[in-house]
Design a protein around this ligand. Structure first.
Ligand SMILES: Nc1nc2c(ncn2[C@@H]2O[C@H](COP(=O)(O)OP(=O)(O)OP(=O)(O)O)[C@@H](O)[C@H]2O)c(=O)[nH]1
Ligand SMILES: [Mg+2]
Length: 302
């Protein structure tokens, strides 16, 4: 017979926290650090995250459901429009907004446009100033002052997501804002998306890391087949879609060398994530202007 544990949740806190900010400020790095696992892909290029990634932090007395979101920008094509919509949906779903900006030593570098949208949500906003390792805490005082004049933030916390600096203070601040609730998800759950989603993301991460300016933004990845096989490694077949034939050539490279490298580095990361060995087969295919067609985008998982 199964043991049934009745847990007392009278003093338990839980809620949704949306991570919002410009592209490349370090939202995904922060979520990964807080969860102690790499759920969201991270690259030095802006607009890495395209979907909402849900990450669950479980502590004995609280649960935080983080919503990592794409960086906010002015959309120039359909994919970017969907990315911006994703952010607004996350803000609507959240109990607390974690507004992330990059540490700057000047009061003029103020992210006013995004902040105004967040204030309109009337939700508590925590201002998190990331990458303080790059300039030092003392030099961000003018920036803090400038933000303080704009809004009554629930708290203002300088951190370095990369160096895991300030995250304990940040977690405490979040806990203090969390409503009293039983957990939303079972406490052993870490995310909601299926394994094949993360597999596709890890392949896309390698494309972002390996190629120059244009290719990553014209690329998307679909996992066509993911088969567990008894007595053999899992079999994964994925397609990398590009927008034009010329991009296909670049992606594959001389004698297939570039694509081979994507495959090798992606497989390594996928195995690390799944904690088992896999066989990865990659294909490249052209889907004309996929990032500007609503139907095609839906077909590709956006
Ligand atoms: N120096 C420094 N770099 C950081 C820090 N946090 C993140 N980075 C770097 O900033 C870059 C962008 O990080 P991401 O976590 O992908 O940023 P993001 O906000 O999720 O970006 P998008 O998904 O494009 O919106 C990466 O190269 C990170 O290594 C930090 O605390 N200090
Ligand atoms: Mg991101």
């Amino acid at each position: 017979m199964e043991n049934i544990t009745l847990t007392d949740y009278t003093n338990y806190h839980s809620g949704y926290v949306a991570l919002v900010g410009q592209p490349n400020v370090g939202k995904s790095t922060l979520m990964n650090q807080l969860l102690q696992i790499k759920l969201s892909i991270v690259t030095p290029k802006a607009q890495t995250t395209r979907h909402q990634i849900l990450g669950i932090l479980n502590e004995p007395n609280y649960q935080i459901v983080f919503l990592d979101t794409p960086g906010l920008m002015t959309p120039k094509y359909k994919l970017q429009e969907l990315m911006v919509k994703t952010v607004h949906r996350a803000v609507d779903d959240a109990d607390i907004i974690l507004f992330m900006v990059e540490a700057k030593d000047s009061a003029t570098a103020i992210d006013r446009t995004i902040l105004d949208q967040l204030i309109a949500s009337k939700k508590p906003i925590l201002l998190v100033i990331n990458k303080v390792d790059a300039i030092g805490k003392a030099r961000i005082l003018p920036q803090i002052d400038a933000y303080r004049k704009l809004h009554d933030f629930a708290d203002i916390i300088p951190i370095s997501a990369l160096n895991n600096d300030g995250l304990t203070v940040l977690k405490e601040a979040l806990f203090n804002l969390l409503p009293k609730n039983p957990p939303y998800y079972p406490p052993d759950m870490l995310t909601e998306q299926p394994e094949r989603f993360f597999v596709a993301e890890l392949i896309r991460e390698k494309v972002f890391q390996q190629y120059g300016d244009e290719i990553p933004y014209s690329t998307t990845v679909v996992v066509d087949e993911f088969k567990e096989r008894s007595g053999a490694k899992d079999f994964i077949r994925a397609t990398i879609f590009v927008e034009r034939l010329s991009q296909k050539g670049i992606l594959i490279g001389k004698k297939g060398a570039a694509l081979k490298k994507v495959g090798q580095t992606a497989r390594h990361s996928i195995e690390h994530f799944l904690e088992r060995e896999v066989y990865l087969e990659l294909h490249v295919s052209v889907k004309e202007k996929w990032r500007d067609k609503e139907g095609t985008l839906r077909e590709l998982g956006y």
